[in-house]
Design a protein around this ligand. Structure first.
Ligand SMILES: Nc1ncnc2c1ncn2[C@@H]1O[C@@H]2COP(=O)(O)O[C@H]3[C@@H](O)[C@H](n4cnc5c(N)ncnc54)O[C@@H]3COP(=O)(O)O[C@H]2[C@H]1O
Ligand SMILES: [Mn+2]
Length: 669
C-alpha cells in the first residue's frame, strides 16, 4: 500500500502552513487582539474540517484497495471452489489463505482461514523451494486415509511485489494402495529346496533309522507348507518344489527362515547334519521367470556351502543362514571326470593362458605352476599371466623365474591380451569373480574359459565356462589341481619346484593343516611329498623380514577384544606387503584363548585391506560380503577404496556389533 507515506507527507505540509498562519495570528494580535481571536477560532474550525476530510479520504482509499483484492480473490476462489478435487492455497508461512469445500471435508473442519497447515496434517513436509511452477509431491496419512499431495509455488499477481504462495492438491490414494498391496502380496513365489548331500546324510544314519530321517525331513517341510499356506511337492530324492505368495515369503524373511534351524535339529543318530539349500525366485514378470530365478538362487546357495536360503529378486540377492561348514564329500569321481575333460580341452588348444586372482598368493601361484606342468606334459605352450611378483609369492616367483625348466613362463597383461584369441584356452584359478582376476580383459576375448576355485560363491561369477571345477569343501585350489594331476589319464610329469608350490598353496590355505583340512587334503599332500615336495623348502617360502614382525607387533598391541570373543586390530604402517601381514596377524589372533574370530585392517596405495578369520562358529564370509568382499566361512577378506582407515575400522566394528546383537536376539528366542 503506497498510500501511507503520501499521507504523512501531506500532514507535514499542513503543519507548515498552520505554523505560518499561527505566526500571522500572533503578529496580528499585537495590532488588534479581538480580530486575532476571531481569526484563530476560524483557523481552528478550518483545521478540524481539513483533518476530518483527510481521514474520510484515507478510509475510502483503503476500502477501494481492499475491494480490488477481494474482487481478484473472488475470481480465483470461484475456480478453486469448482474444482472436483480438494485444493488449498497457503502462504509461505504455512497459513491457509484459500481452500475449497472438498478440502475442508478432508481436514474435518469448516473454517480453516489462517490455520496452520502443519497443525491440520501432522506429517506433511513441504519443500519450500522457490521454484515457481515445479510440481512437487509428498505422501501423507490423515484420518486413516493415504493422500499424495501435489503442490507447486504460484505467484498471487503479476508485479514484483506480489506474494509467493503454494497451491496444494490432495489425491486420495487409499484404495489404490490397498489394491496394490493386495496385488503384490498375492503374487507368486517359486522355491526349490534341496537337502544338502541327501544320500550322504542318509547313509550317515543307521539303516533302520533312515526312513525315520526322511520322514522327519518331510514332516518339517510340510509344516512349512501349512504355516506358509504353500504348495509343496517332492521332485526327486532330496529335492522339493514349493509355491507360495509374497506375503508369506515376507513372514519367512522377517523370522530369518527359522526352517533352517528346524531342519538342522533333526536327529536320528545321523553323523552328518541335515541341512537344506533353498533357492527362491520372486518379482519375476511371469511364473517361468520366477522358476528360472529360483533355479539360479539354488545354485548360488549350493555354491556357497548350502544350509542357507538365497532369495533372488529382479536385481538383487538376499542371503539367510549359511552357518554350517560344507561337508567333505568322499567321492573323487568328480576329480577324475574333470581331470579327463581338462586334458581333452588342453589337447584341443594351441595356447593356454593361466591366471589367478589379483595379488596372487601361494595357493593361486602353486595351482598355476601345477596347470603349467600339465600343459607341458601335453606338449602345449602355456604362460602364466602376472603383472609383477608381489610379496606373497616373491621367494617362489623368483625361484621359478631363475629355473630353466620354466623359461619364459610369466607374461604381462599387454602381451597376454595380444596373444589371446577367441579359441585360446584361459584357465582361471583361485577365484570365480571376473573383476577379481589378474587380467579380466582376457575373459572378454576368449570363448574357452576354465575356472578352478574353492571359494564360496559370490554374486559375481564367470558364467560362460567350458569347464567349471568349483568345490567349496576342499582346502585350496592347489589341492584341487593336485587331484587333477593324480587322476588324469596321462602320465603327468611334475617338476620338484612345482610340487613345492602346490604344497605351499595347501599349507597357506589350511594354515598348516589346521583349517578346512579333510582326508583328501592329507592325501594330496602325501602325493606331493612322494613326487618330491620338500617341507623345509616350503616353510622357507613363507619366511618374512624382521620389519614384518614389527608391524605384526604393532597390530597385536592395538588389538581390542569385543565381548571376549572377537578381535579387531589395525596397522597404520604403509608397507608394501601390508595385506600379507594383516592376513598373518589375523591368523595369529585366533590363538588367543576364547577368541572365535579376528579382523585386521591395513592400508596401502590409498586402499584399505581387511583380513577376517574365524574358528568356524562365526561366518566371516557373510560379514565381509557386507563390505563387498568374500572368501570362505572362516577365511575371508575385503578391500575398500575411498575410505579412511578410521572409517573402515568403524564400519567393521559396526558389522561385528550387529552380528553380536543378532546372535543375542536368536539366543533370547
Ligand atoms: N574382495 C574380495 N572378494 C572375494 N573374496 C575375497 C576378497 N578379498 C579377499 N577375499 C578372499 O578372502 C580370503 C582371505 O583373504 P586374505 O587377504 O585375508 O588372506 C589371503 C592371503 O592374503 C593370505 N596370505 C597370502 N600369503 C600369505 C602368507 N605368506 N602368510 C599368511 N597368509 C598369507 O592367505 C589368504 C588366502 O586365502 P584365499 O585366497 O583362499 O581367500 C582369500 C580371498 O580370496
Ligand atoms: Mn585359495
Amino acid at each position: 500500500m503506497e498510500i501511507k507515506p503520501k499521507m504523512k507527507k501531506n500532514v507535514q505540509e499542513y503543519g507548515l502552513y498552520t505554523l505560518l498562519v499561527i505566526v500571522q495570528g500572533v503578529v496580528l494580535s499585537t495590532y488588534n487582539p479581538v480580530a486575532a481571536i476571531i481569526f484563530m477560532c476560524l483557523l481552528g474550525v478550518v483545521l478540524y474540517r481539513a483533518l476530518r476530510v483527510n481521514e474520510a479520504r484515507t478510509y475510502e482509499w483503503n476500502e477501494y484497495i481492499e475491494s480490488l483484492s477481494i474482487k481478484m480473490d473472488e475470481t480465483s476462489k470461484k475456480t478453486i471452489e469448482s474444482r472436483p478435487i480438494p485444493i488449498c492455497v497457503i502462504k509461505f508461512n504455512g497459513k491457509i489463505f484459500m481452500y475449497n469445500e472438498l478440502f475442508s471435508e478432508i481436514a474435518g473442519k469448516r473454517s480453516l482461514l489462517n490455520e496452520d497447515i502443519d497443525e491440520i496434517f501432522e506429517d506433511i513436509e513441504l519443500d519450500k523451494d522457490l521454484n515457481e511452477g515445479k510440481e512437487m509431491y509428498t505422501d501423507i496419512v490423515h484420518n486413516g486415509r493415504q493422500y499424495t499431495v501435489i503442490y507447486k509455488v504460484i505467484k498471487n499477481g503479476e508485479d514484483s511485489s506480489s506474494d509467493y504462495m503454494m497451491i496444494l492438491y490432495m489425491i486420495d490414494r487409499t484404495e489404490y494402495r490397498k489394491m496394490r498391496k493386495q496385488y503384490l502380496d498375492n503374487k507368486n513365489v517359486i522355491g526349490i529346496i534341496e537337502v544338502d548331500g541327501y544320500d550322504e546324510v542318509l547313509k550317515s544314519a543307521r539303516e533302520e533309522n533312515r526312513s525315520l530321517l526322511t520322514m522327519d525331513i518331510e514332516r518339517t517341510l510340510s509344516e512349512l507348507e501349512t504355516t506358509s499356506k504353500a504348495a509343496l511337492k517332492r521332485i526327486s530324492g532330496g529335492r522339493f518344489f514349493i509355491v507360495m505368495t509374497r506375503k508369506e515369503l515376507k513372514k519367512l524373511e522377517s523370522e530369518k527362515f527359522e526352517i533352517l534351524d528346524r531342519i538342522r535339529n533333526i536327529n536320528r543318530g545321523n553323523s552328518l547334519p541335515v541341512t537344506i539349500s533353498f533357492g527362491i525366485g520372486v518379482e519375476g514378470e511371469t511364473v517361468a521367470d520366477n522358476f528360472k530365478m529360483a533355479t539360479g538362487a539354488l545354485d548360488l546357495a549350493l555354491g556357497r556351502g548350502g544350509d542357507q536360503v538365497v532369495v533372488k529378486t529382479n536385481d538383487n540377492f538376499a542371503f539367510y543362514g549359511g552357518k554350517s561348514k560344507a561337508i567333505e564329500k568322499k567321492t573323487k569321481v568328480k576329480s577324475r571326470l574333470i581331470g579327463h575333460a581338462l586334458r581333452e580341452i588342453i589337447m584341443q588348444s594351441e595356447h593356454i593362458l593361466i591366471m589367478g586372482h589379483r595379488y596372487p598368493d601361494m595357493d593361486a601361484m602353486g595351482a598355476a605352476v601345477g596347470i603349467y606342468d600339465i600343459c607341458k606334459s601335453c606338449d602345449k605352450k602355456a604362460n602364466i599371466v602376472l603383472s609383477s611378483i608381489n610379496e606373497a609369492i616373491d621367494i617362489f616367483g623368483n625361484k621359478v623365474r631363475k629355473n630353466e625348466y620354466y623359461k619364459g613362463i610369466f607374461i604381462n597383461h599387454s602381451d597376454a591380451i595380444e596373444l589371446c584369441k577367441k579359441d585360446t584356452l584361459v584357465v582361471v584359478l583361485d577365484t570365480h569373480r571376473p573383476s577379481f582376476t589378474e587380467c579380466p580383459e582376457l575373459l572378454d576375448i576368449s570363448e574357452k574359459i576354465v575356472v578352478i576355485d574353492h571359494h564360496r560363491r559370490g554374486v559375481e561369477f564367470i558364467s560362460d565356462t567350458v569347464l567349471l571345477f568349483h568345490e567349496i569343501y576342499v582346502s585350496s585350489t592347489s589341492e584341487m589341481v593336485t587331484e587333477l594331476i593324480q587322476y588324469m589319464d596321462q602320465d603327468i610329469k611334475i617338476n620338484k619346484l612345482t610340487a613345492d608350490g602346490l604344497l605351499a598353496g595347501i599349507c597357506l590355505d589350511t594354515k598348516n593343516f589346521a583349517f578346512k583340512t579333510g582326508v583328501r587334503t592329507f592325501e594330496a599332500a602325501s602325493f606331493l611329498r612322494r613326487i618330491g615336495a620338500d617341507t623345509i623348502e616350503v616353510k622357507k617360502l613363507f619366511n618374512s623380514d624382521i620389519s614384518d614382525f614389527i608391524v605384526k607387533a604393532e597390530i597385536i598391541q592395538n588389538t581390542k577384544i569385543i565381548n571376549n570373543r572377537i578381535c579387531i586390530g589395525y596397522t597404520t604402517s604403509e608397507i608394501d606387503n601390508v595385506n600379507i601381514i594383516i592376513a598373518k596377524a589375523a591368523d595369529e589372533l585366533l590363538s588367543i584363548r576364547d577368541v572365535d574370530a579376528s579382523f585386521v585392517l591395513g592400508q596401502k596405495e590409498g586402499k584399505i585391506f581387511i583380513s577376517a578369520r574365524s574358528l568356524g562358529d562365526i561366518n566371516v564370509h557373510v560379514m565381509m560380503e557386507k563390505l563387498g568382499g568374500g572368501g570362505h566361512i572362516d577365511i575371508a577378506g575385503a578391500q575398500l577404496k575411498n575410505v579412511s582407515l578410521q572409517k573402515a575400522y568403524k564400519m567393521v566394528h559396526e558389522i561385528i556389533e550387529k552380528y553380536l546383537e543378532e546372535e543375542n536376539q536368536k539366543e533370547e528366542k
